[in-house]
Design a protein. Structure first.
Length: 256
């Protein structure tokens, strides 16, 4: 039989149910705060990871001295300190404004035993390699250009595609896999330097989703649901039992 509102209030006023209700409220507060804390941790972890991707890292931490190039390194910003020691032109490449010319790719020696191919930028076809001393280069990591494999270079000092095996063969020195497209340089670029070209890859923003923290947050909400369900079931059964007992008690008969 269904209980009346008065019976429900009477049941809730009993010491045992007052204590259990207070305990349930404390569980609701605790589980809600724990769930919120885990969601906040997940958010902060993603923000920290994305901020880390935006910060330049030493090239050796992202690009090994020998193949393969990790996919996770593509589009990442790296810093290189060293000196340009060898140079190659990439034929048939245009400037950012569409002007015909070629790209200058230089081997930057950072003392690690393997040079890094750096796309320094665009120059007209008849340009010469500008002089350079020690530099600090910031740029984005790119994979070898295997999709241009059918092209051929027009000159002995040129290549048609930027690949570490091809550059290594031309330069005669171990070369890191992939290449770096220059975005900044110290000392600053001058009018004599190549015109920087935009990287093919944009900023790397793919970070691992913090599934573990989200699962913990949902777990606390699940615990909260279980606590509320068992409280409701226990209260309902106790209320029905009390109502049944009151209904079964014989009504006293007045003496006539």
């Amino acid at each position: 039989m269904s209980a009346s509102p008065g019976q429900v209030l009477t049941q809730l006023r009993r010491p045992r149910w007052i204590a259990l209700t207070v305990f349930l409220v404390l569980l609701i507060v605790a589980f809600s705060l724990l769930s919120r804390w885990q969601f906040q941790r997940a958010t902060l972890q993603m923000q920290a990871a994305e901020a880390g991707l935006a910060q330049p890292q030493p090239v050796e931490s992202l690009v090994p001295t020998s193949p393969p190039l990790p996919d996770s390194s593509l589009g990442r910003l790296v810093i290189l300190d060293g000196e340009y020691v060898k140079h190659t032109w990439v034929s048939g490449r245009s400037a950012p404004d569409g002007s015909a010319g070629r790209w200058l790719v230089s081997a930057l020696d950072d003392g690690s035993g393997a040079v890094t191919a750096v796309v320094r930028g665009w120059m007209p076809d008849d340009s010469i390699v500008p002089p350079s001393g020690l530099v600090r280069v910031t740029g984005r990591v790119h994979a070898d250009e295997h999709f241009y494999s059918g092209l051929t270079a027009s000159g002995a000092d040129e290549v048609a595609t930027i690949t570490s095996p091809g550059l290594q063969e031309q330069w005669g020195t171990p070369t890191r896999p992939g290449y770096v497209v220059l975005t900044e340089q110290v000392p600053a670029l001058t009018a004599a330097d190549p015109v920087p070209v935009p990287p093919v890859f944009g900023a790397a923003t793919s970070v691992a989703f913090p599934w573990q923290n989200v699962a913990y947050a949902l777990q606390w909400l699940l615990f909260l649901g279980f606590a509320g369900f068992f409280y409701w079931r226990w209260f309902r059964d106790d209320l029905h039992e009390t109502a049944d007992q009151a209904h079964e008690q014989p009504t006293p008969v007045r003496a006539g």
